[in-house]
Design a protein around this ligand. Sequence first.
Ligand SMILES: [Zn+2]
Length: 241
Amino acid sequence: MGFDFSRYRTALFSAVAVLASAVMIHYAVGEIDTAVYVNTADSGQTGRIIVLDSGHGGMDGGCSTAEGVTEKGINLNIMLAVRDMCRLYGYDTAVTRDRDTSIHDSGVTGIRNQKVSDMENRLELFNKFPDAVCLSIHQNTYTDPKFKGAQMFYSSANPDSELLACALQSKFVENLQPDNMRETKLCGKELYLCHFCNNTAVMAECGFLSNPEEAALLTTESYQQQVAFTLFSGLNEFICG
Ligand SMILES: [Zn+2]
């Protein structure tokens, strides 16, 4: 009888989820809720800060499932879990948002201007720390519901971005989607945050909300935790080798 990796993996996911929950409770109690969107932990093990972005927020829900569940909440749940796992490992972290909000400057009016300001503030955080490792978390959608599977996008601004994209994509195949044949892709200007970031940056499309099976998975907490662990594993492998 061979080694049952799936049971080991489930146990590992559970252990990390329990630890992450404990950290979450600790931070919920220990932190003062301020309007400052930069959120750093005390201790860093590598000196490289991990900057996490959960796509959309506030009035911008992003894409949605057939039932109307928008990606902004899924992105946030996954991002918060990745953040807690990173902190557990001793990484410094910063996040663009840790609640359901747009992060545009106060006083900016009009949806379009608010969206521009929101994206500029996200980019400012992605470029703020020297040698930071930046990850933007999104969900995908397509007109044909058959398409599914995670896909990573990187920019050409920093050669390490492609390496991080490959590390993350490999973890999705290894942990969750053995049949995923998608290739990592170079992003264009339309992926503003990723494209204009000078640090290592990847945009992770974790799955398709237009695919009923994947949408059903992505709206469960347990699968969100598994996606978060997969992203964390890829980040950790990229940084530590
Ligand atoms: Zn999105």
